[in-house]
Design a protein around this ligand. Structure first.
Ligand code: AKG
Length: 279
């Protein structure tokens, strides 16, 4: 097509020729250096960020010892013991604990001070009060015989000693606990937490703490899911509380009640108050 035909007719005469863009002159050297000039403007080629894959969630279901990460602070370990309690024994313990423990609803406080009801019922045994989410639970000093029996059995199996116990009751799938780690100063460095589950199965999830350069973005972190069934004991050891977070998320299909007992060792804190991390 001729240049003339390309041009529009303007009031009986031909419009001025279209302005032809100036071709940038880019030498091989410019391309190599990653920058060149085009008229008065200069361009720079920046390497795009590499595409990052979201790691697939791992599932742990079988009995065993699992080293889930090395570093940055040390080794994080899980030990899963399904069938720690036999079915009949677990059934009996579950009914007794459901009926006899002094379950109550805890009121927690967000950073800005607004209150919310924790979506589960709890009670606390030990010698010291326990503070998390800016609210304190007073300790029940007298352990009922059923809890003393389980306490001893868990200590024997784990080879660890525990002086405190947080009891959690998830009444149905809507009860939950959000992402957090059990890393209050009163639990000391690298605490071992022994978690015994009774009742309906719920998914216990873990996610790795992001790298400092990810500024709190959990998009690309490793994650693990562990379905915790009736009578299962889970031990969290080493740097698990420092390098990972855990949660029991809400489930939107039928879930019956579940009791979770988390045995811990608490010591008096030099300074107060201690706020439970993240929650
Ligand atoms: O219910 C569970 O399995 C976990 C409970 C828990 O993470 C907690 O109370 O700190």
């Amino acid at each position: 097509m001729s240049d003339k035909r390309q041009r529009a007719r303007v009031q009986g005469s031909w419009a001025k020729p279209l302005h032809k863009p100036q071709q940038p002159t880019v030498s091989a050297q410019d391309v190599q250096s990653g920058s060149w000039k085009y008229g008065a403007r200069s361009f720079e080629f920046n390497q795009p960020d590499p595409i990052r894959e979201i790691p697939a969630e791992k599932v742990i279901e079988n009995a065993g010892d699992y080293e889930i990460s090395q570093g940055p602070t040390g080794v994080s370990r899980l030990r899963l013991i399904p069938g720690f309690l036999q079915q009949e024994e677990a059934d009996w313990m579950f009914s007794k604990l459901l009926a006899e423990l002094p379950w109550s609803q805890k009121t927690n406080y967000r950073m800005m001070g607004d209150a919310y009801e924790e979506p589960r019922l709890t009670c606390w045994y030990g010698e010291l009060p326990y503070t998390y989410s800016r609210s304190t639970m007073e300790a029940n000093a007298q352990w009922p015989p059923v809890l003393s029996t389980l306490h001893l059995a868990v200590e024997q199996k784990s080879g660890r000693t525990f002086n405190s116990l947080l009891c959690n009751l998830y009444r149905d799938g809507k009860d939950s606990i959000g992402w957090h780690s059990d890393s209050e100063p009163s639990l000391g460095p690298q605490p071992t937490i022994a978690s015994l589950s009774l009742g309906d199965t719920r998914v216990f999830s873990l996610r790795k703490q992001p790298l400092p350069e990810d500024n709190g973005d959990y998009t690309y972190v490793e994650s693990i899911r562990i379905p915790l069934a009736h009578g299962t004991l889970l031990l969290m050891e080493g740097c698990t509380q420092e390098d990972w977070q855990h949660q029991v998320a809400k489930e939107y299909h039928d879930r019956g009640p579940r009791i979770n007992l988390t045995f811990r060792t608490m010591s008096p804190e030099p300074e107060s108050p201690s706020w439970r991390s993240v929650r």
